[in-house]
Design a protein around this ligand. Structure first.
Ligand code: ADP
Ligand code: ZN
Length: 603
């Protein structure tokens, strides 16, 4: 079935065991990262077992696309939710009762309606799949009260197997899902949360928009991607900037008109190669498989957020980039937001801990992936992954004890001798011995620390300051974000313990050469000179076909499939059918058209 319907040669990870468990009538609780291949875990058993697979999902906006994707494979699928008119609904109900469906997608609130329950009772059900199962967790961000109703499925249909799926990692959530859905006896499948095809990179932020443009031009020309910004204003400015530079970019934030937001989202899903510039309001349920990069122009508030947002890249398993530009102003801004936030001290402390974990990830000299997985309680099987910036361009560290002492005693003296506080810029100017107006006005050239830091450059001092703040050895606060001592500052100023700091990679400052050096994430590289234009032709054919059918391009074929077609140039339908991602349904539907595109390209 995997080969015939879906066109794949082998199961991935735990898929086979999960499928076998459910086909045999057992319950399963599945934790798999985004892009891990959760859908097949219930789609294959739904086809294999007698009756209809009922899939409960909160993502109503996606049901049409999910059903379209299944129909393109030749699978009989339908959905019931509040977006339909009664006639449409009746048609699906008839198909369900007549045994003309393999899969039925259902919004959870449908189960409150007695008519839906009695409909389900009159049909034959192959299994219940509960997607986004973490929505049952009451303390989570995505809690949906209707999910609590799902515990009743087991009482009404004790013989029907249930499979709950989520990409949410923590153990506490897993336990809560099992308990609330009465799945404590279900077999649990916990996959590694690693996303090997995503290349993690965190770079010092200099001129963020230029750095971003450089990334897009050198590594991701024509690719679809998401750019996250903190504020609505920077979303709009960045989208305008990219558009002016010839990159097709759209804005998305909560301040936009709902219709505009919806249109931009639909275009992003349906068209090839659009860049969505967005606040984190954009993302839940975006299962576009060919997002090639996720770029952060501002620091995420937590590692959880960072992992969820970057996880939207590369669901199709193809090489993808997660890129974050980060600098001292980010730390200043985030700390200020925490100080200004509502909520009690405990709440602020929690926010502070989340930020600290994120900063530790930014400042690490270790493999990013090793550290990320460790954060989620998983161990990467090696000490280096080979596909993150610290692995590709190993970061050395240096003894920054004395440099830190210089910074700290400058801040200390300003306070002690002058009762003054200043920001990072002035402190660096003092260290470098610059005779600016602001220095002269304040007679800072008369401080004993004036000019003691000429051994380092300005970017190096900025890096030292950023790391001191990131590690809590120096604080930032007040209306002008000035530098201040923390409890730990005094000890560091005495220099009793060696303080190792991260050396910024040589090339990091010159972003263009740097990004080219890390360019292993560019999938097009694999195409030969002969195959590249064929791939482009196939893409245009796919765009036209998608438009005609009103479905997203990836519903027809994924990029990976088109790339394999372009490289192998199959001579006939028989050969075409052996390519990964082409099952019987797609072969029948598109085989002749694809062969025609290939013949045109060859002539
Ligand atoms: P999830 O829901 O876990 O995020 P999906 O079910 O959307 O992931 O699958 C992610 C991608 O991987 C899809 O494009 C899917 O077609 C593909 N995929 C899943 N299983 C396999 C497999 N065994 N072989 C090849 N591709 C697969
Ligand atoms: Zn690594």
């Amino acid at each position: 079935m995997l080969r015939r319907v879906f066109g794949y040669d082998s199961f991935r990870g735990d898929q086979q065991e999960i499928v076998e468990t459910v086909v045999a009538g057992g319950d399963a609780l599945v934790l798999m990262p985004t892009g891990g291949g959760k859908s097949l875990c219930y789609q294959v058993p739904a086809l294999a077992r007698d009756g209809v697979g009922v899939v409960v999902s909160p993502l109503i906006a996606l049901m049409q696309d999910q059903v379209d994707a299944l129909r393109a494979l030749g699978v009989r699928a339908g959905f019931l939710n509040s977006t339909q008119d009664p006639d449409e609904r009746r048609l699906v109900e008839q198909q369900f009762l007549a045994g003309e469906l393999d899969l039925l997608y259902l919004a959870p609130e449908r189960l409150k309606v007695a008519a839906t329950v009695s409909l389900l009772e009159r049909g034959t059900i192959a299994l219940f799949a509960i997607d986004e199962a973490h929505c049952v967790a009451q303390w989570g961000h995505d809690f949906r009260p209707d999910y609590l109703l799902l515990s009743e499925l087991h009482q009404r249909w004790p013989a029907v197997p249930r499979i709950a799926l989520t990409a949410t990692a923590t153990e506490a959530t897993r336990a809560e899902i099992a308990q609330r859905l009465q799945l404590t006896d279900a077999r649990q499948f916990v996959s590694s949360f690693d996303r090997p095809n995503i290349q993690y990179r965190i770079v010092p932020k200099n001129e963020p928009r230029k750095q971003l443009l450089d990334l897009l031009r050198t590594e991701h020309p024509g690719d679809a991607g998401i750019v996250y910004c903190l504020s609505r204003k920077s979303v709009e400015q960045t989208a305008e900037f990219l558009s002016a530079q010839g990159v097709a970019a759209l804005p998305y934030h909560a301040g936009l008109d709902a219709a505009v937001r919806q249109r931009n989202q639909a275009r992003f899903l349906r068209e090839d190669g659009l860049v969505m510039v967005a606040t984190i309001a954009f993302g839940m349920g975006i299962d576009k498989p060919d997002v090639r990069f996720v770029a952060h122009l501002d620091l995420p508030k937590s590692v959880e957020g960072y992992y969820q947002e970057t996880g939207r890249a590369g669901r199709d398993g193809e090489p993808s980039t997660a890129w974050l530009a980060y600098g001292l102003p980010d730390v200043v801004q985030q700390r200020k937001m925490i100080d200004d936030s509502e909520g009690d001290a405990a709440h602020k402390r929690r926010l502070g801990q989340h930020l600290d974990a994120m900063l530790a990830l930014c400042e690490t000299t270790e493999c990013r992936r090793v550290q990320l997985l460790r954060y989620f309680g998983q161990q990467y099987p090696a000490s280096r992954c080979g596909n993150c910036d610290t692995c590709l361009t190993p970061v050395s560290s240096w003894d920054g004890t004395v440099a830190a002492q210089k910074v700290l005693s400058t801040v200390f003296r300003l306070k002690k001798e002058r009762n003054q506080e200043f920001g990072a810029g002035q402190v660096i100017d003092i260290l470098l011995g610059k005779r600016t107006q602001k220095i002269e006005q304040n007679r800072h050239d008369q401080l004993s620390v004036f000019g003691v830091g000429t051994d380092l450059t300005e970017p190096q001092w900025r890096s030292v300051l950023r790391q001191l703040v990131a590690r809590g050895l120096l604080a930032v606060g007040g209306p002008y974000s000035t530098l201040r001592f923390t409890d730990a500052s005094m000890q560091a100023m005495r220099g009793e313990e060696t303080l190792m700091l991260r050396t910024e990679p040589e090339r990091a400052a010159r972003s263009s050469s740097r990004s080219r050096s890390g360019g292993s994430s560019k999938p097009q590289v694999e195409l030969s000179a002969a195959a590249a234009p064929v791939f482009e032709r196939l893409r245009s054919w796919r765009a036209a076909a998608a438009k005609e059918q009103g479905v997203p391009a990836y519903v027809i074929f994924h990029d990976a499939t088109l790339r394999e077609i372009a490289s192998r140039a199959p001579a006939d339908r028989g050969e075409l059918g052996t390519i990964s991602g082409i099952g019987e349904g797609k072969l029948n539907r598109y085989g002749d058209q694809v062969i025609a595109v290939l013949q045109e390209s060859a002539s």
